[in-house]
Design a protein around this ligand. Structure first.
Ligand code: ASP
Ligand code: MG
Length: 410
C-alpha cells in the first residue's frame, strides 16, 4: 500500500465527463489499496473567467477580494469530484485550504506556503476516504484566503506530498511528460523517461511550461518522486527524480526556448564602485528579476552594460533606469524586445568538457549570431535575434543528438 498524491490540471477536469474519467483513475488506485490524495485545479478557463469578471467591476481589483473570488474555481471541482465518487460508493471528502490547513504568508496572488498541518488529511485517510484538496489556495495566519499564483495547484500537490511523505506525486496534465524540447517547435522532440530535479528546475525557469517551478523546488527539497503524465493516455510519462550516474553521462538533456526576455543596454557607463548598485538596486526593489548581466571591459573609464528582464517588466525597468543613467552621466539607454533565449540543459555538463564549444559551433554553422551568453553549472543560454529562435532549437537538438535515446541500462 502506498500513499499517492495526484494532481489533475484544468483540462483534465474541464467538464463533467472528464471529471468522471479522472475519478475512475482515482478509484482504481483506491481499490488497489492505495491511500489517495487528489489535488484539483479549477476547470480549464475558469480562473481566467473569474479574473475577467473581477475586472468588469474594478479596474484594479483588490488583491484580498480577488483571491476570495479565484479560490472558488477549485472549490467547484473538488466538491463535484467528491460528489461523483460518493455516488459510486467510494468514500471521499473534499477539503478547502483552511480544512486541509495549508498555511501561507499574506502575499495575495502569489502567496508562499509556510506549512501544512496534515492532521486533518491523515484523519480522513485513516477513514479510508479519498481526500480531494482544492489546489492553488491557502490561508494566512488569521484565516484570510490566499492564492499561490497561476499554475499554483502543482505547488499545492508537491507541498502536500512532501508534508505527508508520500510515496509518489503524480501530476496529470494535457501533455504526456517532459520533452527534450517543445514538440510544437520541433517534431523530433522526444519524451524523456527521467529527468533530474535540477534539470527540471532549469527547464521550468527557462519557460518549459509542464510544471510550475515552485512545485519542483518542493520536490527537490523533500526528495519527492514526481511523475508528470497525461490524463488522456496510459503512458507512464516522465519521472522527475534525484540525479544518478546514468544521467550524468548525458551532457545535454534538453533544449529550452523562450521569448520572454527583453534586453537593456546602457552605453558609456562610468566604471567605478557603486554604479552597478545604483542601477540594479531600484530595479530589484521594484521586484523585477534581472536575468543576464554583461559588463564590458572599460575603455577610458567607461563601459557598456547590458542586461535582460522579462518583457512585461521592460517599460517599468526603463522608467527606473533612465533617470539613474542620467544622474551617473551615462550616454544612453537602449532596449530591444526582438530577442529570444535558447538554452541547453543537462546535469552531465558538469563533467563533460566542450559542451559550450559544441553549442557555439552549431549556431555558427547555421549562421546564427549570438548576442549574449550566460551559464550555470548545468545550463548554457544564448540570447539571439528572435527570428532565429526556432531554427536554433532545431539545430541544437540535432547537434546534441537528442532525438535518439541513449541506450539505458534498466
Ligand atoms: N486554477 C489556477 C490557474 O489557472 C491554478 C492552477 O490551475 O494550477 O492558474
Ligand atoms: Mg497548470
Amino acid at each position: 500500500m502506498s500513499l499517492i498524491v495526484q494532481k489533475y490540471g484544468g483540462t483534465s477536469v474541464g467538464d463533467p465527463d472528464r471529471i468522471a474519467n479522472v475519478a475512475n483513475r482515482v478509484v482504481k488506485g483506491w481499490r488497489d489499496g492505495h491511500k489517495m490524495v487528489v489535488v484539483l485545479s479549477a476547470m480549464a478557463g475558469e480562473t481566467d473567467r473569474l479574473i475577467n469578471l473581477a475586472k468588469e467591476l474594478a479596474e484594479d481589483p483588490d488583491p484580498r477580494e480577488l483571491d476570495v473570488l479565484l479560490a472558488t474555481g477549485e472549490q467547484v471541482t473538488v466538491s463535484l469530484f467528491s460528489m461523483f465518487l460518493r455516488g459510486q460508493n467510494v468514500p471521499a471528502a473534499s477539503l478547502l485550504s483552511h480544512q486541509a490547513r495549508i498555511y501561507t504568508d499574506r502575499s495575495y496572488g502569489r502567496a508562499r506556503i509556510i506549512g501544512i498541518d496534515t492532521a486533518r488529511i491523515r484523519e480522513e485517510l485513516k477513514k479510508n476516504r479519498v481526500v480531494t484538496v482544492a489546489g492553488f489556495q491557502g490561508v494566512d495566519e488569521v484565516g484570510n484566503i490566499t492564492t499561490l499564483g497561476r499554475g499554483g495547484s502543482d505547488t499545492t500537490a508537491l507541498a502536500i506530498a512532501a508534508s505527508l511523505k508520500a510515496d509518489l506525486c503524480e501530476i496529470y496534465t494535457d501533455v504526456d511528460g517532459v520533452y527534450t524540447t517543445d514538440p510544437r517547435i520541433y517534431d523530433k522532440a522526444r519524451r524523456l523517461d527521467r529527468v533530474s530535479y535540477d534539470e527540471m528546475l532549469e527547464m521550468a525557469s527557462l519557460g518549459a511550461k509542464v510544471l510550475e517551478i515552485r512545485s519542483v523546488g518542493f520536490a527537490k527539497r523533500y526528495n519527492v518522486p514526481l511523475r508528470v503524465r497525461s490524463t488522456f493516455t496510459s503512458n507512464p510519462g516522465t519521472l522527475v527524480t534525484a540525479e544518478d550516474e546514468e544521467m550524468e553521462a548525458i551532457p545535454v538533456s534538453g533544449v529550452a526556448f523562450s521569448k520572454n526576455d527583453a534586453r537593456v543596454t546602457i552605453t558609456r557607463v562610468p566604471d567605478r564602485p557603486g554604479i552597478a548598485v545604483r542601477l540594479f538596486k531600484p530595479v530589484a526593489d521594484a521586484n523585477i528579476v534581472v536575468d543576464m548581466i554583461i559588463q564590458n571591459t572599460s575603455i577610458d573609464g567607461l563601459t557598456d552594460l547590458t542586461f535582460t528582464v522579462p518583457k512585461g517588466d521592460l517599460k517599468e525597468t526603463l522608467e527606473i533606469v533612465n533617470p539613474v543613467a542620467q544622474e551617473i552621466q551615462a550616454e544612453q539607454v537602449l532596449s530591444d524586445e526582438s530577442i529570444a533565449k535558447v538554452s541547453i540543459v543537462g546535469v552531465g555538463m558538469r563533467n563533460n568538457a566542450g559542451v559550450a564549444a559544441r553549442m557555439f559551433d552549431a549556431m555558427a554553422a547555421a549562421g546564427i549570431n549570438i548576442l549574449m551568453i550566460s551559464t550555470s553549472e548545468i545550463k548554457i543560454s544564448c540570447i539571439i535575434e528572435d527570428k532565429y529562435g526556432e531554427l536554433a532549437v532545431r539545430v541544437l537538438h540535432d547537434a546534441f543528438g537528442l532525438e535518439t535515446p541513449l541506450p539505458q541500462k534498466r
